[in-house]
Design a protein around this ligand. Structure first.
Ligand SMILES: Cc1ncc(COP(=O)(O)O)c(C=O)c1O
Length: 407
């Protein structure tokens, strides 16, 4: 956490209570793909606020919920009819995707991946594949959750290795016909911005089809235009059964969703899903405006162009220092991984990463680290941020790295 208290924000900039200006490369952890306080989002929320702020959808339904569901149904990949359930947080979306998968399949077990992050409630912590700082001390977690390695070639885990581990789980731990769902982030967020290889996603789809298992794509961080598509999994051509969405779909207001096959979601009877604030009118109004902004401002294309620019600049930086050992991304979901060389080997450097985040903040840039080794800097700048501001932020990263590695 930065010891900086926010006072106001606009698009890719934040000002603190002392009047200092910061460029925001964190976006409140991937919530602000359309920037802080996008004027169209603000206007839509204001207008909704003048009508009503709450009825509870299960008590008295309202049009923005239905309209948003229809729009997400149309955007979700796959030809089969879709339905959408709205909730409030990302964790709640994942919880509900699991409930739906269990009801539909009549099975209980779940498979998730090392390094995956799915939230902070008990089920989602159980699914999360990173002990420190998320799980340690908070167990026990729900039973029948199994973890396979996420393929990251950079750290020696190939697609074949991950697939072999999945087969091993089915051989040694749980029979596949007891598995309700496999959940995966198409691009890991907290885990380190690793892109799931598309052939791996296709293999997962085939494995799910073979055993009647549902495939859940957790798009909470990677979705909502971050990778240049509304849903990151679209890049692979794989059609998941359920998709979880949150963060940037609400443009700064809390709303989350489970979007998926209508026949799967319809397995749950009336009253089985919901929540007092689930799909709040303000959240729905904000998300409808976010989808308008995607269309009207060419956000998907802009995300791809922004990603190319980020990759180019970061590659140039990596050519100047051996401390940047990897530059990767999908669309504008881009990261660098920092290493120190010891005996000719690449050793993750979480200390340098921490120093970079700290020094950048002093120089007016909010950065976020992530990754299993704490050595990744992820970039989640507003896709609507101007080229000048993005470059100003990248210049700060470059200058900080020069300072920190000068010795
Ligand atoms: C991929 C993924 N899933 C789930 C969550 C949990 O969302 P929330 O913090 O809104 O509960 C997050 C949050 O970072 C996430 O990145």
């Amino acid at each position: 956490m930065h010891h900086i208290f926010a006072e106001r924000a606009r698009n890719a900039e934040v000002w603190d209570v002392e009047g200092r200006r910061y460029i925001d490369f964190a976006g409140g952890i991937g919530v602000l793909n359309t920037g802080h306080r996008h004027p169209k989002v603000m206007a839509a929320v204001r207008e909704q606020m003048e009508r009503f702020t709450h009825t509870c959808f299960q008590v008295m339904p309202y049009e923005p919920y239905v309209e948003l569901a229809e729009r997400l149904n149309a955007l979700a990949p796959g030809k089969e009819p879709k339905k959408t359930l709205f909730l409030t947080t990302g964790s709640e979306a994942v919880e509900n995707a699991v409930k739906i998968a269990r009801m539909h399949t009549g099975r209980s077990a779940l498979v998730a991946f090392n390094g995956g992050y799915h939230g902070r409630t008990m089920m989602t912590l159980g699914l999360t594949g990173k002990v420190q700082p998320y799980k340690a001390g908070f167990g026990p977690f729900p039973a029948e959750i199994f973890h396979a390695p996420f393929p990251v070639e950079l750290h020696g885990i190939t697609v074949e290795h991950s697939l072999a581990a999945l087969h091993s789980i089915f051989k040694c731990d749980v029979e596949p016909r007891q598995v309700a769902a496999i959940i995966i982030e198409p691009v890991q967020g907290e885990g380190g911005f690793y892109v799931a290889p598309f052939d791996f996603l296709r293999e997962l789809r085939a494995l799910c089809d073979e055993h009647g298992i549902l495939l859940i794509a957790d798009e909470i961080q990677a979705g909502a235009a971050r990778t240049g598509k509304v849903f990151a999994i679209e890049h692979s051509g794989v059609v998941p059964d359920l998709i979880t969405v949150a963060k940037s779909i609400g443009g700064g207001l809390p709303i989350s969703a489970v979007v998926g096959r209508a026949d799967v979601i319809d397995s749950v009877g009336p009253g089985g899903l919901g929540g007092t604030y689930a799909g709040s009118p303000l959240g729905c109004a904000a998300a409808l405006a976010v989808l308008d902004v995607f269309e009207e401002e060419g956000i998907l294309q802009r995300s791809l162009e922004l990603g190319e620019h980020l990759m180019k600049r970061l590659m140039e930086m990596s050519a100047r220092t051996s401390r940047i050992g990897d530059v990767r991304g999908l669309g504008s979901m881009v990261a660098i991984e920092l290493f120190k060389g010891e005996n000719g080997q690449l050793v993750p450097d979480p200390e340098l990463t921490k120093s970079l985040v700290g020094l950048a903040a002093k120089r007016g840039l909010i950065l976020l680290s992530c990754g299993m080794y704490g050595n990744t800097i992820r970039i989640l700048v507003a896709i609507t941020g101007s080229d000048e501001i993005v470059d100003e932020g990248l210049d700060i990263i470059e200058g900080c790295l020069d300072t920190l590695t000068a010795a």
